[in-house]
Design a protein around this ligand. Structure first.
Ligand code: TRP
Length: 331
């Protein structure tokens, strides 16, 4: 029997940070390890285009994201790894699906809806700052997913609605033209904690509170020291629950280390000491990937080669599915 397909896209809209690693990269690489499914991971550069419209940044982010995945252990021999814009079949399917998608479904998509609500709150025209790429974003994502007959789509909670929309669109197609497209299922990592940023809020590029994943050792140490804490004195017992420092520590520590840190919290430990230990476990896990990351970025042709080979593999699957779909609609 064929293995199920697990597909996910990574949008290159900024420098990779710790939140990306813990929330997305790490669980996806874990999932790829057990080989029970065929992993398809791609850089969703066309999805980024609705917001990143600076040629240099657009290119740079794509390379950085690719280098991050490769240096953290993505094996391009096992996983199909490509750049979305290298697979034109996705765009062809995007159009076909657009014609099967009621506009109302897009009106309800959360990113667009949030923008419209923001405009209303600020007294702007409801379409201000909305391009068609933002509006039809979920259709492009449906094309990404459906072209590969994906079974599972590992995503963050904010992307669940998009996968549901992809299911709706697939269902529309199947009912209109006959069964051709598998209905995908989202997979969310329930267990992944919300990773706190420097200010204690969720680590996010939009809050400007991120820790770059590949900050050099000294810079990393400095940033960890900058994480906000309260003024509880060192000797006072502390709760691990709700402690951003503990949340971060736990992500990088081995289980016995985390247990012992919990004990230290109970006994009383100074925030400075906790930060020192966070830096140590983080640096232990990240120093080797960091070195590889900068090697990849110094050798972009190598990244190009890997992505091109991945695109060839992706296209060999995609073209078959597209052909079948085109036949069904009468092209
Ligand atoms: N929209 C996703 C995000 O912002 C990225 C993405 C694009 C994606 N295409 C996809 C995720 C297909 C899963 C499947 O994170």
């Amino acid at each position: 029997m064929e293995r199920p397909t697990a597909l996910t896209g990574i949008k290159p809209t900024g420098h990779p940070h710790l939140g990306n690693y813990i929330g997305a990269i790490k669980p996806a690489l874990e999932m790829a390890k057990d080989n029970t499914s065929q992993g398809i991971y791609f850089i969703a550069d066309y999805h980024a285009l609705n917001s990143v419209q600076d040629r240099k940044k657009f290119k740079e982010y794509t390379y950085e994201i690719a280098a991050a995945w490769l240096s953290l252990g993505l094996d391009p021999e096992k996983v199909i790894f490509y750049r979305q814009s290298d697979v034109p079949e996705i765009l062809e399917l995007h159009w076909i699906l657009s014609c099967l998608t009621p506009k109302g479904l897009m009106n309800r998509a959360h990113a667009y809806k949030a923008k419209v609500e923001e405009n209303a709150a600020e007294g702007n025209d409801s379409d201000a700052g909305v391009n068609m790429g933002l509006f039809t974003y979920p259709i492009l994502m449906a094309a990404d997913i459906l072209l590969f007959n994906s079974d599972k789509v590992p995503v963050g909670k904010d992307q669940v609605q998009h996968v549901e929309i992809a299911r709706d669109i697939a269902d529309n197609f199947n009912r209109t033209f006959g069964e051709a497209i598998k209905l995908p299922q989202y997979v969310i990592e329930e267990e992944t904690a919300v990773i706190p940023g420097l200010d204690g809020r969720k680590m996010s590029k939009s809050y400007g509170n991120t820790i770059p994943l590949f900050a050099e050792e000294k810079a990393l140490k400095k940033l960890v020291n900058k994480i906000v804490t309260d003024s509880t004195p060192p000797e006072e017992p502390k709760e691990v629950k709700g402690s951003s420092l503990f949340t971060l520590y736990k992500e990088f520590a081995a289980a016995p280390e985390a247990a012992s840190m919990k004990e230290k919290y109970k006994q009383g430990i100074g925030w400075g000491q906790v930060k020192k230990e966070i830096f140590e476990v983080m640096n232990r896990e990240l120093s080797e990937p960091r070195q590889k990351y900068y090697e990849y970025l110094d050798n972009k042709q190598e990244i190009d080669k890997i992505l091109e080979r991945g695109a060839e593999k992706a296209r060999s699957i995609a073209s078959l599915q597209l052909k079948k779909i085109k036949e069904m609609i009468g092209c």
